[in-house]
Design a binder for this molecule. Structure first.
Ligand code: LRH
Ligand code: MN
Ligand code: MN
Length: 431
């Protein structure tokens, strides 16, 4: 096992749903055309949309209280790639995979690269991990990694990041995302300025190791595991560090890494305006870093983020690009189903944002017609673009309904046999 779903099963699934989809698509084409929108332009854009998968999302995550492993979880990076390939096969929206080291153990980069290629996948940004100690590690990260007082711990953390760059380079990746858990649990534990100075020193060494065509992405997070003062807590700190480091340093926005009610779309607009918006970890949250499926709690926020991206793309043209990834953790759902559903929700927000009548919006803004400006956004957000997403998938070989196709193919049941459960195993390292 561990291969794709039989394409004949996908075709059979699509055949059953095709007539209904055609009718829905035609109806939507009619109503959009009355709004002056050509559905085919949107469908073509949807076909090109991509969001990368987190390798760590292929297994059940869990919380710090418990983990309830699911059946047939991938036991290694090759099996994670198999699951990612199925997600891409059915959604046609997830050709990239973002690896996390050392959770993903790699002995032969050529073999792994070939495996990805054979599945039609490539490696997106790689992630380092200095927020946990690994067995046999010389220096602990208990009191910090890139910011540690202990120079040897800092050097070890820098060396790990450089190793990640080397591994990523061999795999064809073009960037490194650095998230650290460093910070303080008590006032007085750290000198707040001193920690950031050490962070910058460490990051300068990592930056110096970047290949010419690479970028480093700084991921901020408000709190957790440091509960009093996290060193890279907000986009302002992230931005200042990216400025200090140079043009290859950008900021990465994980949607769950902000205080509740933070205006994330405004952060996106600010970073884009100053050329430092690097990419995203898409997920959703109600309270904190909940890592819930994209669009499951606040789809309007997701739409507003994509609205800012559409605005930036219009202002800046083809050169405007962000690295887009999912970052979620599954406790009660099948990870493959959740990742498929999130990819579709992110793609939905992208298409809805493409639907915004920007000229009309500008006009309403200029004339201070507040109500109509707001309604212009709402009109795009309220449009059910599902037939566009389904048609895009169908035309490029995916499934009209990815979750239904996945369930009827029995993939999970088959891998459950091929991958017997290991007691206490964790795919991501989070237990
Ligand atoms: C930190 C984070 C970061 C890590 C991932 C596992 O909360 O969002 O991106 O690499 O979770
Ligand atoms: Mn993240
Ligand atoms: Mn997170």
């Amino acid at each position: 096992m561990g291969t794709l779903i039989d394409q004949a099963l996908v075709a059979e699934h699509n055949a059953k749903l095709k007539a209904d989809l055609d009718a829905d698509y035609e109806a939507l084409a009619g109503s959009l055309s009355r709004r002056g929108v050509d559905i085919e332009t949107l469908t073509a854009q949807a076909e090109k949309f991509a969001v990368a998968l987190p390798s760590w999302g292929a297994g059940t995550g869990g919380t710090r209280f418990a983990r309830f492993p699911g059946k047939g979880e991938p036991r290694n990076v090759f099996e994670k790639l198999d699951d990612c390939a199925v997600i891409h096969q059915l959604t046609r929206a997830t050709p990239g995979v973002s690896l996390h080291f050392p959770w993903d153990k790699i002995s032969d980069t050529a073999e792994l690269r070939e495996k990805a290629r054979s599945h039609g996948l490539y490696f997106d940004l790689v992630n380092s991990n200095t927020f946990q100690d690994q067995p046999g590690q010389a220096h602990t990260y208990k009191y910090g990694s890139l910011t540690a007082q202990n120079a040897a711990a800092r050097e070890q953390a820098v060396a790990h990041n450089i190793e990640c760059i080397e591994l990523g380079r061999a795999l064809g990746s073009k960037g490194l995302t650095v998230w650290i858990g460093d910070g303080a649990n008590f006032p007085g534990q750290n000198n707040l300025r001193g920690s950031l100075e050490r962070y910058l020193d460490s990051m300068r060494a990592i930056y110096a190791a970047l290949p010419d065509d690479w970028q480093v992405y700084i991921e901020h997070k408000l709190f957790e595991p440091a509960f009093y003062a996290t060193t890279i807590a907000d986009w302002g700190t992230s931005f200042a560090c990216a400025q200090e480091l140079g043009p290859k340093a950008k900021c990465l926005v994980d949607l769950g890494h902000h205080a509740p009610n933070t205006n994330i779309e405004m952060i996106v607009a600010r970073l884009a305006q100053f050329g430092k918006l690097g990419g995203f970890h898409f997920n959703d949250s109600k309270y904190g870093d909940d890592d819930l499926d994209s669009g499951s709690i606040n789809p309007f926020q997701l739409f507003l983020v994509f609205n800012e991206l559409a605005d930036a793309a219009q202002r800046e043209g083809a050169s405007f690009k962000t690295a887009n990834m999912l970052d979620q953790s599954h406790n009660v759902t099948d990870p493959i189903e959740s990742l498929m559903s999130s990819a579709v929700e992110v793609q939905r927000a992208f298409v809805q944002a493409a639907l915004v009548d920007r000229e009309a919006l500008r006009g309403f803004q200029e004339s201070n017609d507040v109500l109509n400006a707001a309604q212009t956004l709402k009109k795009a957000f309220r449009t059910d673009v599902s037939p566009i997403l389904a048609m895009a998938r169908l035309r490029i070989g995916g499934a009209i309904d990815p979750v239904a196709a996945y369930r009827s193919a029995g993939y999970r049941e088959q891998v459950a046999v091929a991958r017997p459960a290991k007691a206490g195993a964790s795919s991501s390292g989070i237990v």
